[in-house]
Structure formats: structure tokens, C-alpha cells
Design a protein around this ligand. Structure first.
Ligand code: AMX
Length: 430
């Protein structure tokens, strides 16, 4: 038994009993209410989900199992995975055990490459990644065990098996998507001596003479790992998994949500906006030019990508981490300089628009400029990088949810007529 599985096997029954007791003793305690505006407004702020892997206080940003993300920037993604699942950082032998476990499971089935190569050459890289995950559904340990009558208290274990198998192959698949979609030549075999993130960089095949691209990717894969459970991709993944659709179904469904321009695709859109700006002004623009361009974007009905957030009300600490990285490793790059300048200028422009609740940069405002600097210039690919990291969170949340024995998700919807009837009742009373 792997050390991580043994740890979870010890923790999960305790967690399950704790949740049972909370429900039994305090199930009636009201923790949130829902207004008409929230029902029509994407349930913004309604506290109706439980997520123990991470939380996002609006005034702080991402906190993973009690540790602010700014304190985790030097960690490997495997360490973060252990933390998400168990609430602790792994000891050296535990980390090595997990890394060995992932290596053991890292062979991508050949049919995945056949499917990816058969896809239209102009497919979006996210469609390719999610197709690859979905086509591997036949490998699901959860489904195989469920079909044989698996007991409910083993669901977490079968989901954990699927997690290990998926996480183990994701870097090779994502690198393969890059090489096939952008015609980069043959696939590059995995290097068993490298850690999970470094092997991904190796398999992408982007020249990295300074080693700084690998450093950026370690940071990138760590920063994007999880963001509580109410965002589109996490909530979709969790909802699909709650139907006991296995992790291959739920992860690919969640990542389909990440592919939207208001969510993970914003990093692609954001870099496009920065490059357009530099093109328009023949290099890094002045503050006045940038202000005018941001205003022009807004008045044409478009969003300024990389700015604003449904939950955050401060600069995203993950943006801060990217900004610090850029200042250290590519301060003279004109694209990075524009990214930094946008941060100086755009929040004041957005603050003038009353309806915008968060004028500050989110994680997507800074990452694209850095990837571009290090030679990853195909920005349609950026959401795939995001997905490789976010898979850690979506998959961990599923293991924890199945461990907790959570039921199928089923909130109640109402009709506009019903809302009108409630308004009529409230008005009559007043
Ligand atoms: N530029 C222009 N308008 C913006 C804006 C921005 N950066 N951020 C918010 N707004 C607008 C909204 O479109 C909305 O307008 P509407 O009422 O006419 O529809 C209004 O301001 C109120 O929005 P909000 O309550 O402040 O935000 P929200 O929770 O509805 O949306 C988000 C959040 C992220 C979708 C939005 O800020 C946005 O579209 N930002 C740009 C895209 C982006 O960066 N997405 C990435 C988010 C992080 C991630 O998931 N990767």
C-alpha cells in the first residue's frame, strides 16, 4: 500500500464520522440564505458547498489547508497534491513514495495518441486534452469496482486509484497535445529521473538553456492547483462526480468549464490583449495610451481579461507571485513590462465603473506574458497548462467528497413565476 493511501485510509473514517456528527447535531443550523439577485446571479456568495482542500477568503486569496499560497510557491506539485488530500505537507520519504507511485503508472495507452492524431488539426488544445481524458474512461478502477458491487465506504479508495492513474499520465498527454497540435515533431519520452513538473517541461520540448522555464513551470503548476469548490470547473467536476460518474468523466467535464473565456481561457485572452496593446503602440505603451486602450476595450463591450474576480476583492496573491518572478527573471521583456504597466494603470480605470466589484488582477493577468517570454508562444495552449495543475485540486476534491460520503448534488430550482409569487406575497405583507 502506498504511503499516501495508508494515510488517507487512516484519516478518512475519522473525517466521515466527524461530518456525520456535525450533521446529526447541527444539521438545522442556517449558514446562508439566498436572495432573488443571487438566484439570478450565478449563486454568487451563497454558502452551500463544503470544500476542505482549500478556501479563498475575498481579502486574502487562495489558502490551501490553512497555508496561504504565497508560502507554498517553492513546493513541487506532488507536495501540493499530498497537502490537498491530507492537510499536511509530505515528509521526504512520503514525497518519494508518491513520486515513485506516479512513475509506475505513467504509461499513456497507445489508443490516446491514435485518437488525438485523428482529431481535426485545428481542434482547440483544450478539446484535445479533455477528449484524451474521456477516452481513457475505460481504464477507470472506480467503474470496474462499482460494476462488481463495491461498498460505499470504498468509493474514496477507487476514486484515489483513478486520481493516481490520471495524474500520472497527464503531463505526457498534455505535452503530447502540444507537440501534435502545433506540429512540433515526435513525442518526447518521459525521463524517469525527473519530478512530475520537470518531466512535463522535458516532454514539451521547449528549449530551456537557463533552466528558468522549468522554474516558471514549477511555480505555475503549484499556483493553479485548486481554488475552493464554487468556481465553474471545480463545481462541475464535483457535481458530475457526485452522480458517481468516475473521475475520467468528472475531470473532463470540469475542465470543459475551465475552457471558457470567463474562467481558465482568460489567460489566453489576456496575453492576446497585451500583445494587441504592444502592436498598437509599437512596443510597451505609455500610461496614457494604456488607459485609453482599456477604456476603448470597455466601451466596445468587452472585458479586460485577467482583471476582476467572482470572489476576490484584492490583488490575487498568485498574480503577485508571477509578477515577482517576472521582475527577477525577465524584467526587460517588453511583454512583461506591459503586464506590469497594466497592473499600474488598469485597476484605476476599472474602479471608475461602479458595477465592477473587483478591479484587481487575477491569476491570469500575469502568467501568459511569462510563458511567452520563455518560448511558449502558442497561447491557445495556456489553458492546458492550467488544467494539468487544476486537475490536482478537482481530483483531490472528489476523493475527499467520496471519503466524506457526500450524496448526489441536487439543489432546488424555482421558476420566475414562483419568484414573482413570492414578491407579491412580500409586497402584500408590507
Ligand atoms: N472587464 C470589464 N468588465 C468587467 C470586468 C472586467 N475585467 N470584471 C467584471 N466586469 C463586469 C462584469 O462583466 C459584469 O458586467 P454585467 O453586469 O454587465 O454583466 C459586472 O462587471 C459585474 O461583475 P462582477 O460582479 O464584478 O464579477 P463577476 O463575478 O460577474 O465575474 C469575472 C467575474 C472573473 C467573470 C469577471 O471579472 C470577468 O469577466 N473578468 C475578465 C475575465 C477574467 O479575467 N476571467 C478569469 C477569472 C479567473 C479564472 O477563473 N481563471
Amino acid at each position: 500500500m502506498s504511503k499516501l493511501r495508508a494515510k488517507l485510509a487512516a484519516q478518512i473514517p475519522v473525517m466521515r464520522d466527524e461530518i456525520k456528527k456535525i450533521n446529526k447535531d447541527h444539521g438545522d443550523l442556517v449558514i446562508s440564505e439566498c436572495t432573488v439577485a443571487q438566484a439570478y446571479g450565478g449563486m454568487r456568495g451563497v454558502k452551500s458547498l463544503v470544500c476542505d482542500t482549500s478556501e479563498v477568503p475575498p481579502d486574502k486569496g487562495l489558502v490551501i489547508r490553512g497555508i496561504p499560497i504565497a508560502q507554498l510557491t517553492d513546493k513541487l506539485p506532488e507536495e501540493i497534491l499530498w497537502l490537498l488530500l491530507t492537510g499536511e505537507l509530505p515528509k521526504k520519504d512520503e514525497l518519494e513514495d508518491l513520486q515513485a507511485e506516479l512513475k509506475k503508472r505513467g504509461k499513456v495507452p497507445d489508443y490516446v495518441w491514435a485518437v488525438l492524431r485523428a482529431m481535426p488539426p485545428d481542434s482547440h488544445p483544450m478539446a484535445m486534452l479533455n477528449t484524451a481524458i474521456l477516452v481513457m474512461e475505460k481504464e477507470s478502477v472506480f467503474r470496474a469496482r462499482y460494476d462488481k458491487g463495491m461498498k460505499k465506504d470504498e468509493y474514496w479508495d477507487a476514486t484515489f486509484e483513478d486520481l493516481l492513474n490520471i495524474v500520472a499520465v497527464l503531463p505526457a498527454i498534455a505535452a503530447g497535445v502540444y507537440r501534435i497540435r502545433f506540429k512540433k515533431g515526435d513525442l518526447i519520452p518521459s525521463n524517469p529521473k525527473l519530478d512530475w513538473g520537470a518531466d512535463y517541461v522535458h516532454m514539451l520540448g521547449i528549449p530551456d538553456p537557463t533552466g528558468n522555464f522549468a522554474k516558471l513551470m514549477q511555480l505555475y503548476l503549484t499556483l493553479h492547483c485548486d481554488h475552493e469548490s464554487g468556481n465553474v470547473s471545480a463545481m462541475t467536476g464535483a457535481t458530475v462526480n457526485s452522480a458517481l460518474s468516475d473521475l475520467y468523466y468528472s475531470l473532463s467535464a470540469g475542465l470543459d468549464g475551465l475552457a471558457g473565456p470567463l474562467h481558465g481561457l482568460a489567460n489566453q485572452e489576456c496575453l492576446a490583449w497585451i500583445l494587441d496593446t504592444n502592436k498598437k503602440f509599437n512596443g510597451s505603451p505609455t500610461d496614457a495610451q494604456l488607459k485609453a486602450y482599456a477604456q476603448e476595450t470597455l466601451s466596445s463591450g468587452r472585458v479586460v481579461p485577467g482583471y476582476g474576480h467572482a470572489v476576490l476583492r484584492v490583488t490575487d496573491p498568485r498574480f503577485d507571485a508571477f509578477l515577482a518572478f517576472g521582475k527577477k527573471y525577465c524584467a526587460n521583456d517588453p511583454v512583461f513590462q506591459t503586464v506590469a504597466k497594466v497592473f499600474d494603470v488598469v485597476p484605476d480605470v476599472l474602479k471608475q465603473i461602479q458595477k465592477i466589484k473587483d478591479p484587481w488582477p487575477n491569476v491570469d493577468a500575469g502568467s501568459g506574458g511569462l510563458l511567452y517570454h520563455f518560448g511558449l508562444t502558442e497561447f491557445a495552449y495556456y489553458t492546458v497548462l492550467f488544467s494539468v495543475s487544476r486537475a490536482l485540486g478537482i481530483c483531490s476534491q472528489a476523493v475527499v467528497a467520496r471519503g466524506a460520503g457526500l450524496p448526489i448534488t441536487r439543489p432546488k430550482s424555482v421558476t420566475t413565476k414562483w419568484i414573482q409569487s413570492q414578491i407579491a406575497k412580500a409586497t402584500a405583507k408590507a
